[in-house]
Design a protein around this ligand. Structure first.
Ligand code: ATP
Ligand code: MG
Length: 232
């Protein structure tokens, strides 16, 4: 198993109150698997993603990625690990408004030792991959919502991480743009070997995944393989 979550609990302390966000969650995700994560608002989905992505640490239990316990240590070490292993895609794409598509996608590469020319080539290649080879110099305000989200996906994959964590990547999109984003994620699994965990509220969206899991009040409720609607 590529991602192993073992008996993980997470509490948030808010003054005198203790909010239980995750309770004894155990879950295995295989390499190259595409998993949809569903559940009502407040059920712990984002909390779980943040733990897998190393943005936060569990109170109890352990998370192993590629057989290794998640790096704890300093923020700096965790940030380095994250940059290499994880691509994040959010509901609202968090693109930087005064930078072009090309400049936004280049950001993760600024942390690497690549030369300017090497960075440019990689950026161009991923923007072509997401179908935006002709929009390199557009700023976010000059792109459609679906195009912006595809720039965000390009930014998430440009450093070639093995894991993509997507928190409602289609939540803010019309049906057609959502479809394009889902197709792209499926392609990243099929052709680029990515392991994908995608939070969604949309049953339709979850159908592109290999499997859906459900959280309710911090606990895992179902863990079932699913029929992907006759696709082979
Ligand atoms: N920083 C925090 N401090 C205190 N409580 C928090 C914090 N973050 C989340 N929570 C609480 O933890 C629980 C799980 O939150 P989480 O964000 O994981 O839910 P979610 O499933 O992602 O919900 P949504 O679908 O609305 O995004 C909620 O009850 C929430 O109020
Ligand atoms: Mg959330």
């Amino acid at each position: 198993m590529y991602i192993q979550i073992q008996n993980v609990s997470k509490f948030y302390r808010k003054g005198a109150n203790k909010v239980k966000a995750l309770e004894d969650v155990s879950l295995d995700i295989a390499a190259n698997e595409f998993v949809a994560l569903m559940g009502p608002s407040g059920s712990g989905k984002t909390t779980l993603m943040n733990l897998i992505g190393g943005l936060d640490t569990p109170d109890t239990g352990s998370i192993l990625v590629g057989g290794k316990e998640m790096v704890h240590g300093t923020d700096r070490r965790r940030a380095g690990w994250r940059a290499e292993n994880i691509g994040f895609i959010f509901q609202f794409n968090n693109l930087i408004s005064f930078l072009t598509a090309e400049q936004n996608v280049e950001i993760p590469l600024l942390l690497t030792s690549l030369s300017g020319a090497e960075r440019k080539n990689k950026v161009k290649a991923v923007l072509e991959l997401v179908g935006l080879g002709d929009r390199l110099n557009h700023r976010p305000s000059e792109l459609s919502g679906g195009q912006e989200q595809r720039v965000a996906i390009a930014r998430a994959i440009v450093s070639d991480p093995r894991i993509l964590l997507c928190d409602e990547p289609t939540g803010d999109l019309d049906k057609e743009s959502a479809e394009a984003v889902l197709t792209l994620l499926r392609t990243l699994k099929e052709n680029f070997n990515k392991t994908i965990l995608m939070v969604t509220h949309d049953r339709e969206a979850s159908r592109v995944a290999d499997r859906s899991i459900n959280l309710n009040k911090g606990q895992l409720v179902v863990d079932q393989a699913q029929d992907r609607g006759g696709e082979t």
